[in-house]
Design a protein around this ligand. Sequence first.
Ligand SMILES: Nc1nc2c(ncn2[C@@H]2O[C@H](COP(=O)(O)OP(=O)(O)OP(=O)(O)O)[C@@H](O)[C@H]2O)c(=O)[nH]1
Ligand SMILES: [Mg+2]
Length: 292
Amino acid sequence: MRINWYPGHMKKSIDKIKESLKLVDIVAEIVDARIPFSSRNPLIDNVINNKARLIILNKVDMANPLETKKWVQYFNDKGIKVVEYNSTKDRSTKKIYNEAKNILKDLFDRRSEKNIDNKTIKMMVVGIPNVGKSTFINNLSNRKGAKVGNRPGVTKSNQWIKTDSDLLLLDTPGVLWPKLDLYDNARNLAFTGSIKDEVLEIEDLTFEFIKKLKDLDPAALENRYKVDVSQETLEIMDQIAIKTGSVLRGQEIDYFKVSNIILDDFRKLRLGRITLESADDIEMMIDKSIKK
Ligand SMILES: Nc1nc2c(ncn2[C@@H]2O[C@H](COP(=O)(O)OP(=O)(O)OP(=O)(O)O)[C@@H](O)[C@H]2O)c(=O)[nH]1
Ligand SMILES: [Mg+2]
């Protein structure tokens, strides 16, 4: 699958990020806490190279807290520092500044050796579409200028932004493509809205979503729609359609309508906090990617 990401497009975005990297001390890689595997760019380590890096596990308010804990542990075990974040709420940069300062210990040691009184940390934000880059930057800067939308590819401009601490943010697009090579990944990205719905048939997508939730969090379906989750996936879907009035004339199921209702419920948190990818399955996910 190659949604809007052609080789030329990919190269251009990498070159642009590499250019911006020269200006900053550290990179904030924004990841969607509901899909911490699929929402990372497959080449991110090569792109960032030796630059210091902090992962912002964003949208933690939408993810299952227990799964988030496991992901933090997973990244920490790999030597990567993580800050859990809710960009729509958290407004202080203190957590981020302090974590970045720890990571940049060498830089700060060098500064103090030379008696340079400079506490500034320059940071650039990087991430795949829709992970919350603009929201993150806007809320930290209290600047309402940058466009935020639930649609991929909204960010365009490029500038420095002051925050409440000595953290200086570069508002680069820093947009990379997600893991698109596997249907599993693409599907999870589509559920969360990082890939446009039109790319995958929304009815098929929703069928897969119900199938997945049946295993992962059946209570989420039961609680919201009062359906019997022991049924086959299609029967559950039909039941939800009937309960939500997604029925055409002649009692025919309106799959398009019910699909939109279900995905919208998930994206607006009406199904509760759901993490779609567990750190417990990381070996399997990596394995699948490699074998592809
Ligand atoms: N609940 C919740 N929603 C968030 C959070 N961060 C961002 N969002 C929402 O996610 C959607 C996408 O956010 P953006 O800031 O536009 O994402 P982006 O990474 O800039 O996307 P592009 O510009 O398309 O690359 C918006 O609807 C935001 O309100 C968060 O921490 N929690
Ligand atoms: Mg944006």
